[in-house]
Design a protein around this ligand. Structure first.
Ligand SMILES: Nc1ncnc2c1ncn2[C@@H]1O[C@H](COP(=O)(O)OP(=O)(O)OP(=O)(O)O)[C@@H](O)[C@H]1O
Ligand SMILES: [Mg+2]
Length: 205
């Protein structure tokens, strides 16, 4: 459960996100919507402890993390969270399979890695260097990483932005499935189809 109360995020001297109150429950998919530049990415990053909170209150699973220290943030990222960020967060120098597992060695060759790659339309490409992938393929690889991790909390930023209709529908279905399996999924999106698949819609302004 993510609970944000009157959350404000500042970058430098600027207040980027002001007074946002929202709750994201396990088993639900929440859309953060609003015009470009309204602060969706910034709010998403704050909810995922990637950015500090200037004021208000943020709790994760009932624990107050408004002033979370490095240890608490790292534990959250390691044990509970997965991110599909706007720049995809792909490590270009590593293989596709490494980018799924974030581990070297045998982990990358496993059947479950092949299965998630197959899921996102990257079957048989685990051994390739990630740098050769197209923008949309990197986006799907970032989704594969979140699926593989089976994270309890998933933060997603414009996961369908550069995809064709077929892949977009697929990706929407995966996040819907993740939520149906009990994950808390929060997605910043401009995609009406994605919003339609969500349980809740939070307007950032
Ligand atoms: N590091 C930063 N320093 C100062 N301002 C920033 C910084 N990062 C973002 N901003 C500003 O904060 C505002 C919100 O940005 P943000 O990326 O959260 O918007 P968004 O709603 O995700 O937009 P989009 O739909 O285009 O992705 C923008 O005006 C942006 O210029
Ligand atoms: Mg954004």
């Amino acid at each position: 459960m993510i609970e944000a109360r009157d959350l404000t995020v500042t970058l430098g001297k600027h207040t980027i996100v002001a007074g946002q109150t929202l709750t994201c429950a396990p088993g639900t998919l929440t859309a953060l919507v609003g015009p470009s530049g309204s602060g969706k990415t910034t709010l998403l990053h704050a909810l995922g402890l990637l950015l500090p909170v200037a004021s208000g209150r943020l709790s994760l699973g009932g624990a107050d993390v408004t002033r979370a220290g490095d240890g608490a943030r790292r534990r959250f990222w390691q044990s509970s969270a997965a991110f599909v960020l706007q720049d995809y967060g792909i490590i270009d120098d590593e293989s596709v399979a490494f980018n799924v597992t974030l581990r070297g060695g045998r982990a990358a060759g496993r059947a479950d890695v092949a299965a998630v790659l197959d899921h996102v339309g990257l079957a048989g490409r685990g051994g390739e260097q990630a740098a050769v992938l197209s923008g949309g393929e990197k986006q799907r690889l970032a989704v594969a990483r979140a699926l593989y991790k089976r994270a309890r909390v998933v933060f997603v930023d414009e996961p369908t932005a550069s995809l064709d209709a077929e892949n977009r529908a697929r990706i929407v279905r995966y996040f819907r499935d993740l939520a149906n399996q009990g994950a808390t999924v929060v997605a910043a999106t401009h995609d009406d189809e994605f919003v339609a698949a969500c349980d809740a819609r939070h307007e950032v302004r």
